[in-house]
Every structure is written in structure tokens, then in C-alpha cells.
Design a protein around this ligand. Sequence first.
Ligand SMILES: Nc1ncnc2c1ncn2[C@@H]1O[C@H](COP(=O)(O)OP(=O)(O)OP(=O)(O)O)[C@@H](O)[C@H]1O
Ligand code: SF4
Ligand SMILES: [Mg+2]
Length: 360
Amino acid sequence: MENKKVLLDVKNLSKYFNVKGQDLKAVDDVSFKINEGETFGLVGESGCGKTTCGRTILGMYKATKGEVLYNGKDIHSLKGKEALDFKKHGQYIFQDPYASLDPRMTVGEIIAEGLYVHFPKMNEAERKKVVNTLLDEVGLNKEHALRYPHELSGGQRQRVGIARSLAVEPSFIVCDEPISALDVSVQAQIVNLLNHLQKEKKLTYLFISHDLSMVKHISDRLGVMYLGSLVELADSEKVYNKPLHPYTKALMSAIPVPDPDHNSDIENRIHLEGEVPSPINAPKGCKFVTRCPNAMDICRQKRPDFLEVENDHFVSCHLFQEGRSVEEAEEIQRKQLEKNAQIKLEEEKKKIAKLKENKK
Ligand SMILES: Nc1ncnc2c1ncn2[C@@H]1O[C@H](COP(=O)(O)OP(=O)(O)OP(=O)(O)O)[C@@H](O)[C@H]1O
Ligand code: SF4
Ligand SMILES: [Mg+2]
């Protein structure tokens, strides 16, 4: 890890949307680094700010605050040729392959579109050759170049989306839920294709997903988002096998499919109660306080810092601050969960006793 080159350095990035005169904090002071050649996974529930984060990193949205350094340069301050170069280096693969492809254009035209902008000296024959090579690389063939998006299957359309992003020879791709709109049988093919292309072309990915169990298999490192903020970041094995933040623990324990790598058992499931608050009106202290089974007084008053609590393992939670070791913080969490389970059990017992009494 130490020897890896940082390709993207996201520093205190925020993106607010103005909604009826109020700030909707879709991304709120997020910091992380992506190393060259790695896949960085970004996970979290719907609406937590993953897409906004990915788009702001690529400059598709202007940042409200903070910086995105690409090879050391802030992408939001690039002008002229440098800005055009970054557009070529950073590409986006969309969740919905159908909506993202122009229905009036043939597959060949869609793939070649970026070539006109970034390789203006290329002639027709050269463009055709590039398109055919790309079709081959993504598992399609040259006959597909003449078809329209509606004449393809979902998996084929996503292959076209991938070919389009590869056409301009990028180095960094934001893959925004690229498989969630596809059949399960096709998902693995697209993941394998993305993995293969990454090795072949030395690509760096930001892989966005709401599915923790899937993204773990794809990512080298993983960031967990809640309500616009990063709550945990580490090696994906670590996040998966030893999550520390109460929110990540709840996400992990909710994974429904039996997974031999996943050691959480059903009795230890953490049920999250309550709704995700609005990003316009997030809680004043820790944003997770309204749903956290471990909430303390300080959590209602002060937003926790995002700190490195173990080597390359960052967590934003008061439990892991105040001079506590990771073991001590985990012990507090465990005892609190036991206590909560005991309270729940007592409540259930009382309910049953009341029902029995009413029956008499
Ligand atoms: N253009 C916009 N204008 C106003 N609010 C927006 C805009 N785009 C996103 N939002 C809001 O910002 C928040 C984050 O949205 P975003 O699409 O980034 O979430 P997400 O994590 O990608 O969700 P999903 O998993 O559903 O794709 C949400 O509350 C959303 O309603
Ligand atoms: S800071 Fe407090 S409320 Fe937030 S996750 Fe940690 S224990 Fe829970
Ligand atoms: Mg999204």
C-alpha cells in the first residue's frame, strides 16, 4: 500500500444542491484517496450520495467545497487543454445502460463519438478500426456496430457503455452500479469483463454499489457512506470481516445471502430502526445518531472526526475516540447490543403476558 501511487486525492469534498432555498448536503466533507490501478468501492443505502460523489469527482458537478486532486492537480481548477485531457482520462459507466445510450445513434456511432473530440486527426477508416477492436474487447462483434441500442440485450448494452468509455483511452473510470440493472446471470460476465479490462489497460476504478457483499469481491478498498458522509474506510476484507462503525456493522449483519466468507450469525443481527433523516436537515452531531444502537450523549452534540483508528482503517465514530482503543470501543458496542437485546426480550415477554391475561 505504501508504495502505491495516489491517482485521486479527494479532500474535504462537499456538494450541496439548492432545494427550495435550502442546502441539500448530498456529499458533505468527504476525504479519501484512490491508488493507481486499484478498485475503490463506495457503498451505502440509496440516497446516501454515491452518485453525486462520483460525478463531482469527475467534474460533472462543480464542488461546493473541497478539492479533487488528479495526479496532484485540482480538477475543478483545470482550464483549456488540461480540462479536456481530464475529460478524456476520467470516464463514467452508468447504472442504466439503456437510458445512457442515445436511441437514435448506432452502436458504432455511440462508441466513436468521443474519438471526434479527443482524437480529431483520426480518419474514418481509423475510427472504424478502433470501434471494431473495442467491440471485440468487450465481447461483441463488428456486426453490432450497425445496430441500435433497442436491438441489444441489457448485458450487450452495458458492454457498449463500457466500449464507449474505453474509446478515449481513459485511466480512471467511475462505474456507477454498472450491473444492478442486469440479470444475475449477466452480472458476473460484466464484472469479469471489467476486471479483465482493468488488468489489460491498467485502469483505476471507483466502483459504486449499494450491495456490500458484491462490492467486496470487486474492490481492493472500500468506503462506506451514510447521509453524505464517509463513516468507515479500509481494505475491503477488513470492512467485510471486521467492520468497526455501528452503521457498517448493521449493513453487514443485514446481508441476507449465506456467504462462507461472512462470519456474522443470525442471532447477532443488528436491526436498524427508524428512517434515514433528510440530507437537508441532518442531525447536528453524528448523522447516524437517530438510528445508532450505541448512541451516547456526545453523539447528539458533536460530529465525530474521521480518524485512522488502526493501520489504514478510518472510522467516524465517538466510540473510537476519547482515547479508547479499538478493543475497548468494540467491547462497549458488544455490551450495549447485549443490553438492547435483553430490553427487547423483556418487552416481548411483557407483551405476551398481557395478551395471555386479556385472553382469560
Ligand atoms: N440534481 C439534484 N438536485 C437535488 N438533489 C439531488 C440531485 N441529485 C441528487 N440529489 C439528492 O442528493 C442525495 C444523494 O443522491 P445520490 O443520487 O448521490 O445518491 P445515491 O447514493 O447515488 O443513491 P442511489 O443508490 O439511489 O443511486 C439524495 O438525497 C438526492 O435526492
Ligand atoms: S458517533 Fe455515536 S451515534 Fe455515531 S455511530 Fe458512533 S456511537 Fe453511534
Ligand atoms: Mg446513485
